[in-house]
Unconditional design. Structure first.
Length: 292
């Protein structure tokens, strides 16, 4: 019976994540009903499981991880790492896998939801880099212009010089201070240090060249990140909201007959939720860290 409950929750989660991923890629929106439906289904299922098995652990653990993932999701939201839809979905996802599925053979001292979150972050980082590369090729002329400007700025040059000095010191130390068997590792670290400033510059260039666009006001949706205060006849119509524009502000723009506004498009992050979940269910543990 326990396995049946886990299979039902897993199936519902994968279906919801698939629909949400398609919606996020197409419209940059995640309908609230998807997250709420999954959350209610999970809590109801775990509640029924607790009643039938006379064990409150199932529903209590689900509620505990609901709170943990809710806090994490809001932390990501208020630091502008992702939107409100992602926060609601990750909360439902954490609740769904608060208990390790019984059909997985592997065991771990680390909570399954924590392993899932770690894998999602790893997949998300890889996905973000690949998506940034895709955008840079799609807008290669704008990207080249921004990269050249940033790469030759005084701030970037100063950072590169500082990193170069640290890398040289690290490399030299591998022959003078560190044990001989660590030379390969310190050499690799020195090389990574040299690459990091260029990687950061490339990501920033991608953001500036590819992720800002003017869109019609009638296509604005709640949560869109408008980048500039909007004025009409020197009167402030809408002030930049760091957490995304709301419905009231959209209506004010429409009433003021504002045609277009500058917004920043975020990277659709729900696909890594789906991929990370599938990978975790297949691997049963944390990526690159088999011991947990």
């Amino acid at each position: 019976m326990i396995v049946l409950f886990d299979i039902l929750i897993t199936a519902a989660t994968l279906v919801i994540l698939t629909i949400a991923s398609i919606s996020d890629l197409k419209t940059r929106e995640i309908p609230d009903w998807l997250s709420y439906s999954l959350l209610f289904f999970v809590i109801a299922t775990r509640g029924l499981q607790s009643i039938l098995l006379r064990d409150q652990t199932y529903v209590v653990q689900t509620l505990i991880f609901f709170v943990i993932f809710f806090i994490f999701g809001n932390l990501m939201y208020y630091t502008r790492q992702w939107g409100g839809g992602d926060t609601k979905l990750i909360t439902a996802l954490g609740s769904a896998f608060a208990i390790r599925p019984a059909y997985l053979i592997e065991t771990s001292i680390i909570p399954f939801a924590a392993i899932l979150l770690l894998n999602i972050l790893i997949v998300g980082a890889i996905y973000g880099i690949i998506y940034a590369i895709y955008l840079s090729f799609k807008h290669k002329d704008s990207f080249k212009k921004e990269f050249k400007k940033l790469n030759h700025s005084h701030k970037t040059v100063g950072i590169k010089m500082g990193v170069l000095i640290i890398a040289i010191l690290l490399f030299v130390s591998s022959f003078t201070i560190f044990p001989a068997n660590t030379r390969s590792l310190t050499g690799l670290l020195a090389l990574i240090l040299l690459i990091i400033p260029y990687l950061i510059t490339a990501l920033k260039s991608t953001e500036l060249a590819c992720m800002f666009k003017e869109i019609p006001v009638n296509k604005l949706t709640e949560g869109d990140w408008v980048q500039k205060d909007v004025y009409k006849n020197r009167k402030l119509i809408c002030k930049v909201n760091p957490y995304g524009i709301n419905k009231k502000e959209i209506e004010l723009l429409k009433k003021a007959n504002i045609k277009q506004v500058l917004v920043k498009e975020g990277i659709p992050f729900v696909p890594p939720f789906l991929i990370g979940t599938i990978v975790t269910l297949i691997v049963g543990g944390a990526l690159f860290i088999p011991i947990i």
